[in-house]
Design a protein around this ligand. Structure first.
Ligand SMILES: C[S@@+](CC[C@H](N)C(=O)[O-])C[C@H]1O[C@@H](n2cnc3c(N)ncnc32)[C@H](O)[C@@H]1O
Length: 385
């Protein structure tokens, strides 16, 4: 229960302030103040915790030069989608297989023929899944059983088997569709809350939802492709630690949001997806930066490690940017032992130590619904001069 109370939730901003070059600082304030759900293009497909607001990303791109963009902690890929809509070459990395699946899925520019093939596959799979009578194998059942009504588990298993037999050209996208609905059809409250809720799903509707979500993704791809400037390549995304990943070449800009200390548990949030889609692997679990579980276990050691990780990452940044390239870093204050951990100061210090020039920063505060604490979210804009 204590864990659940720590889950971040957002109320409206109560204050906002900025520092640095005046016009830029004001633009950062505006970027930070974006609120409300933004559902356009592929953004709204699949939930992802702590996603950037698409309008924040779009506003920040106006301050970021050039035609190439890197996000080493890309999560659901908001910055990559916006970068492509701005006609840039985009690169991303993340340790989470769920983040990789979502950001890959959200940044595809498929031909109409390939989208048709994907839609037909989803229709066939949904139909066959309604007839499935085999439960999932033990390596899945052992991890998911308490969270699904038996008939829902049967339908998901049917979908899972159908995807495994589908054309490799559309398989990853079909997996993303299944991933997008696994919490909605479960007895788990939400991605970020492991609370059990009693829901009853009529028989057959899980398979129908799969087909509906696939059609939705197809429509979103079409809207996305229509607005991405011609010649823009699809984002290149790798599953790798942001502390070790580099873009293939120097980039003009970085737009990213690294993990906040002690606020989220990105991998445990995804346990049902990792199990159903067989996406788990032991090596990812100790790579997660700033996880809440590490802060619960040993707060001081976790804080030390988060700062070390921040330094390791920041030291790479100047080596990834062209001269005069810029990085916009969006980050929220942390939580340790029920206290707020301010992050702007350590972030700014690390950026300066890495040889970057601070252009401006903006901070906005609001009450965290889970903890009641007043936390700030920040944008720091730095330049390689
Ligand atoms: C604040 S979220 C990024 C959200 C993203 N900007 C979006 O719009 O969806 C931070 C991300 O960092 C990832 N992460 C945690 N530790 C990491 C590491 N060592 N290397 C790369 N990614 C990591 C998490 O999986 C999570 O996706």
């Amino acid at each position: 229960m204590a864990d659940q109370k720590r889950t971040a939730g957002w109320l409206p901003l109560t204050h906002i302030h900025s520092k640095g070059a005046q016009g830029v600082a004001h633009a950062l304030e505006k970027a930070l103040a974006q609120e409300g759900r933004e559902d356009r293009h592929t953004h709204g497909f699949h939930t992802y915790p702590a996603g950037l607001h698409p309008e924040t990303a779009r506003a920040l791109l106006e301050l970021l030069p050039g035609d190439s963009l890197f996000d080493p902690f890309c999560g659901g890929g908001t910055s990559l989608v916006e970068g492509m809509l701005d006609g840039r070459e985009t690169f991303g990395s993340d340790i989470s297989p769920v983040a990789i699946a979502i950001s890959n899925g959200r940044t595809r520019l498929w031909t109409p023929e390939r989208i048709t093939k994907f839609r037909s596959a989803s229709r066939r799979i949904a139909k066959e899944a309604q007839e499935n009578e085999e439960y999932p194998p033990p390596f899945i059942t052992s991890r998911v059983k308490p969270w699904y009504e038996p008939h829902v588990a049967l339908e998901i298993e049917g979908i899972r088997k159908g995807i495994a037999e589908s054309d490799p050209e559309v398989r990853a996208a079909l997996e993303l569709v299944l991933s997008s609905m696994l919490i909605k059809v479960s007895l788990r409250r939400s991605d970020t809350s492991p609370q059990r809720v009693e829901r009853t799903r009529p028989i057959g509707t899980t398979a129908i939802l799969f087909h509906k979500k696939a059609r939705e993704l197809g429509r979103r791809w079409e809207a996305f492709a229509a607005d991405v400037p011609e010649e823009t390549p699809e984002a290149q995304i790798v599953q790798m630690s942001g502390l070790e990943s580099d873009p293939p070449d120097l980039v003009h800009s970085i737009l990213t949001s690294p993990p906040y200390p002690g606020v989220y548990d990105y991998l445990p949030f995804q346990q049902l997806r990792l199990a159903w889609l067989n996406w788990d692997s032991p090596e990812i679990w100790n790579q997660e930066m700033g996880s809440r579980r590490a802060f619960n276990k040993s707060p001081r050691e976790a804080m030390f490690n988060w700062k070390e990780d921040l330094r390791t990452w920041m030291t790479r940044v100047p080596h990834q940017l062209h001269r005069n390239g810029r990085a916009a870093i969006v980050i929220g204050d942390g939580v340790m032992e029920n206290r707020v951990i301010p992050v702007l100061k350590p972030l700014t210090m690390e950026a300066r130590d890495a040889g970057l020039t601070v252009v401006a920063s903006a901070s906005g505060g609001r009450q965290d619904m889970g903890t009641g604490l007043m936390r700030e979210e920040h944008i720091l804009l730095v330049e390689k001069s």
